[in-house]
Write a protein that binds this ligand. Structure first.
Ligand SMILES: Nc1ncnc2c1ncn2[C@@H]1O[C@H](COP(=O)(O)OP(=O)(O)OP(=O)(O)O)[C@@H](O)[C@H]1O
Ligand SMILES: [Mg+2]
Length: 229
């Protein structure tokens, strides 16, 4: 299964989300996972390097791919249960070719005007890619939300903007929490800092809701993995 975490907005939390999802599937679902880093900034490759140099963490493989990567992704998908693509923050060939084969596309957005301004263009790209990849399940997820109750309306408004483009937006969100930033330092995920913490629960909810919106529900998908494994 190919999961793409993409979008045009820098700093929305794409790499952070891709990494935490990878660890969740590797560590808690015991799946085989490959990360594909398409971003010349190498955020995910550097994180993987830190991770694989640290003792006691589940190893995750990572490759860097750029440009027209459709065929490479399809071929890698035969060898891993999950291929997780971190596409960086631009509309480029790697993003579009990943979209043409991805099973799930997750687009993080902060509840901020500049992030929400990218929704119409993302909708354009996704509609075009859906013509070649009709089975794709694409959803926005609102990230780095403020926890102040007085700002809760911003989260709801952000979801409304996505829905106004007839777009799936997950109920699950991430709040702005230091543990996301702190965990990256040593190649860790939020689950490895605080397994029962709120951030870990956010990641589990995001994966579970994303998969439930795709083909088959999450339990069926995990059963399929166990059967293959
Ligand atoms: N929910 C969150 N709470 C707090 N900090 C977060 C959260 N999600 C991500 N961050 C932090 O925000 C910063 C940017 O995140 P990240 O690098 O994942 O963004 P990105 O979308 O991949 O950026 P780029 O477009 O440059 O690739 C990182 O320092 C990360 O730790
Ligand atoms: Mg990134």
């Amino acid at each position: 299964m190919i999961i793409l975490v993409g979008g045009e907005k820098g700093g929305s939390g794409k790499s952070c989300l891709a990494q935490n999802i990878a660890v969740y599937l590797r560590k808690e679902q015991r799946a085989t996972v490959l990360m594909v880093d398409c971003d010349p900034q190498r955020t995910t490759s550097d994180w993987i390097q830190e991770r694989n140099n640290s003792k006691g963490l589940d190893n995750i493989n990572c490759v860097q791919l750029y440009g027209k990567i459709r065929n490479e992704l399809l071929s890698l998908n035969n060898h891993y249960q999950y291929v997780i693509v971190d596409c960086g923050g631009q509309d480029n060939l790697a993003l579009r070719s990943s979209m043409s084969v991805a099973d799930h596309i997750l687009i993080p957005l902060r509840p901020k005007r500049r992030d929400l301004k990218t929704v119409p263009h993302m909708e354009d790209i996704i509609s075009t890619c859906k013509m070649v990849n009709p089975k794709m399940n694409a959803a926005f997820v609102i990230t780095q939300c403020p926890s102040l109750p007085s700002l809760a309306s911003r989260i709801l408004e952000a979801k409304e903007v996505c829905r106004s483009f007839d777009f799936e937006v997950l109920d699950a969100i991430t709040f702005s929490r230091n543990v996301y930033d702190d965990s990256e330092e040593s190649g860790k995920s939020v689950m490895e800092i605080e397994a029962d913490g709120k951030a870990a629960a956010e990641i589990r909810s995001i994966v579970s809701e994303l998969f439930s919106k795709g083909q088959g529900n999450v339990t069926q998908q995990f059963e399929k993995i166990r059967a293959i494994g």
